[in-house]
Design a protein around this ligand. Sequence first.
Ligand code: F6R
Length: 606
Amino acid sequence: MCGIIGISSNKSVSASIISSLKKLEYRGYDSAGIATLFEGKIKEVKSEGRVDTLEQNFDLKNLKGNIGIGHVRWATHGVPNSVNAHPHSSDNVSIVHNGIIENSTILKKYLIKKGHVFKSQTDTEVIVHLITENLKTNELEEAITQTLKQLHGSFALGIVFKDIPDLIVGARRGSPLAVGYGPNENYLGSDSYALKSMTNKITYLEDGEFCIIKKDQVLFFNEDGTKINKKILELSSDDASYEKGDFKHFMAKEIEEQPNTVKTGIKEYVDKPNSEINIYNFPWKIDEINSITLIGCGTAYHSCLMAKYWFEELTQLDVSIDIASEFRYRKNRFKKDKLYIFVSQSGETADTYAALDLCKKNNMKTCAVVNVIESSIARDANFVLPIHCGPEIGVASTKAFLGQILILYILALKLGYLRNEINKEIYKEKIKDLQNLPGLIEKSLLVDNDIQAISSTFNEAKGSMFLGRGFSYPIALEGALKLKELSYVHAEGYPAGEMKHGPLALIEDGMPVVVLAPRDSYYKKTISNMQEVIARGAKVLLITNKSKDEIVSENIWETIEVENTNDDLLPFLLTIPLQKLAYYSALKKGYDIDKPRNLAKSVTVE
Ligand code: F6R
């Protein structure tokens, strides 16, 4: 949430800052700003809206200075406007901040008493005045150490100083921050993606650490202000994955990439010639794990729910799931024989990270299913299962969802086999079916014409429902989430069997209802539930799989048939038309598909 860039160079930095900010917009896009140091002064420009608006409002080509910081914001404290946009500056200090300062009200009172004048409604502005205050009596490093100690909450900071004009300070607690190294210049970024076009040499700050970045030198310190050495990592560069190519939106590209996502996942974990699953370096003995808890947020939470059905089908393990923001504050009973699995595309989601941290503090076994392998969650878990799906730029998660559920399915299958809870024949059969999945996804993607026509009905309705049972229930939740986040229409995911316990009252003439009823063991039950909503006037879009058996039901509005495979794998195929439904609904409404309102890709605040 929010994006930070900082550059210290031997040449003008504003053009590079603008281009990095454009890349960072996926993290927040309600306002943007830049501050540079030039001729002994801090020059600050900021405006409400996107980076494009900032460019329209100011002559950025003439924003001079060899040192600068920039920010794109996702508002927490204070409405999105140009006053609350970052950077925030005093006469001597200018700051960009990601995170939340929890004791800002107390600090503000203290600083006002000292004569500081506040301009914005943000929590960030207290940091500006606190550092300014601490610099009155301390050298730079002491002032930073002292300030960080006084702050409660989470932050990633980029700071420049009028009176110390050759450096940028970066500091991290709870929100990620990376340092990059270039020729005659060095960088600060809220993630490596922001720095990718300038360097692939990166160092990640750990919680409590800060750094001083000059054009030809970077120094690192721990929270006591003691100098430390840190490793430089070399990231692989895959620039094509960061471009839209011929697609109109990243989301469209990412949906179409899914056969490849699944192919790559299978290649990484399945030994094709031997029909065997390889999970290397699993750090625990199989009999050390008797239960599993899966934890995530949003779409990643839906992956956890999906996995629960598979773990229960393929193993005898006791499986529970949790929303990270609930788990972290509940009185959990930690168990030594439990594996805690954290699912996250970004690997930076604040609530998921805090849940992981809690498990680590209680010495639990932790495993991360992540896309970004350099992320905080990946770095801090005992064991990592990467989903290998490449950068996901569209704010709405699509290919990462399929990547997550693939790896969780593979893990469930392997554990079931190792625990002798599924026999060898079934295990090998399921691995064989898995190999056909990319091809089936590819065919299931060919539904654009049907879905485009259907999507208007969902846009025009007051609301819609997405129903499924068993393996299809998590997919119904995911379909509803995609539609509401992209098209801003109300959509509710429900277990089909629950409708008669209340939600049926919502059904009225012409209300669009998606029913996921593949020909699995739940089929007949789901079809009965579908009849119940049709009888009350619902316009049902039935999504099922191809079969020689006719559908024994009347008055279905529209039917979409995905390819056929074993029951376990049908959720992968059912997901596709729902992603496209959300995409085309938003497209028809002319909404910003890759950057839906009020949202951001990486949710690094709680
Ligand atoms: C919805 C979506 C979000 C994320 C959630 C967790 O389309 O993308 O619900 O799934 O914010 O993000 P990660 O997976 O990065 O932890």
